[in-house]
Design a protein around this ligand. Structure first.
Ligand code: FE
Length: 186
């Protein structure tokens, strides 16, 4: 990725991140930064840190409002984000992003206490996204490359909703964007 693309993505998070994150009391930028910071502190590689930072970019490049789930709309932000990010990154970044909603449906099916820990907005969107996976879906999901990374990203996603938590700024993560030079389908 060239510097311009890294700067453009950082500016997107910075500038478009004011939108509220679903029903929680934080905005998109805070959510993205908390997720990336969790990934960094957990010792994840650059690809998963970048994926965590950009996993909800689909919310920022569509115009369905801050909380489409409240209106009964599945915004398919994971697919929108994937379609956007694949111009810049390879599958180590784009697959966990594409699968982070599937990973929620997976965790709801395999971890009995997981759904109880979901935030209100995640509960709301879950039914629109298909609910917990059935046996066939589970088997198909675990066979996918990057399923474990998607599940890990999902756990960060769920934890990255803390009101008022201080994190590093977007610029802190710019080196990861720059470092991750593999390129997408551009
Ligand atoms: Fe998220």
């Amino acid at each position: 990725m060239d510097d311009d693309a890294a700067g453009m993505l950082a500016a997107l998070i910075e500038g478009k991140g004011e939108g509220r994150y679903g029903l929680s009391g934080i905005n998109q930028r805070e959510h993205a930064l908390q997720a990336a910071w969790l990934a960094e502190r957990s010792g994840c590689d650059a690809a998963l840190i970048v994926a965590a930072l950009l996993h909800d970019i689909g919310h920022m490049v569509h115009d369905l409002g801050d909380n489409p789930a409240a209106e009964g709309i599945d915004d398919q932000h994971e697919q929108i984000g994937y379609d956007f990010l694949r111009h810049y990154f390879d599958t180590a970044v784009t697959e966990p992003v594409r699968l982070h909603v599937a990973a929620k449906r997976y965790l709801c099916a395999v971890e009995p206490d997981y759904s109880g820990r979901l935030s209100a907005d995640s509960v709301l969107s879950l039914s629109l996204q298909g609910g917990p996976m059935d046996e066939r879906e589970l088997a198909a999901f675990v066979a996918l490359p990057y399923a474990p990374e998607a599940v890990q990203l999902r756990r960060f996603d769920e934890m990255a909703k803390v009101k008022g938590l201080a994190t590093p700024a977007v610029m802190h993560f710019l080196p990861y964007l720059r470092e991750y030079l593999t390129g997408g389908d551009q």
